[in-house]
Design a protein around this ligand. Structure first.
Ligand SMILES: [Zn+2]
Length: 106
């Protein structure tokens, strides 16, 4: 269940920024910054993180991605709240990327 700390994130949240179009930029809720790091992999513009709400203990998988597109670049951030079974798998997984493909849906 979402608590006051992580509630603004909901079940999932996204942010995206396209180069040269700041008026269309979206960002993750500020609450995503208040989560505790459990595990991190990747680097540069492509990072996966398993994070945890310090208040209620819910785990989340978050990621950043970066793409070159025709006419510019695009940064993307996402965060998904994990159920208990998926949290177990993420904690045990050799790579968070394996779980990310599943929860991200693409
Ligand atoms: Zn919480």
């Amino acid at each position: 269940m979402a608590c006051d700390t992580c509630g603004p994130i909901g079940a999932r949240a996204y942010g995206g920024q396209k180069g040269g179009r700041p008026e269309e930029d979206t960002w993750l809720p500020a609450a995503a910054q208040g989560l505790e790091m459990v595990r991190e992999e990747g680097g540069g513009d492509r990072v996966r993180r398993l994070v945890r709400c310090p208040a209620c203990g819910d785990h989340f998988l978050s990621w950043t991605d970066y793409e070159f597109l025709v006419g510019g670049t695009e940064d993307e951030q996402g965060i998904v709240r994990l159920d208990a079974a998926t949290t177990e798998r993420a904690l045990a997984a050799r790579w968070l990327l394996e779980v990310l493909h599943e929860v991200r849906g693409y």
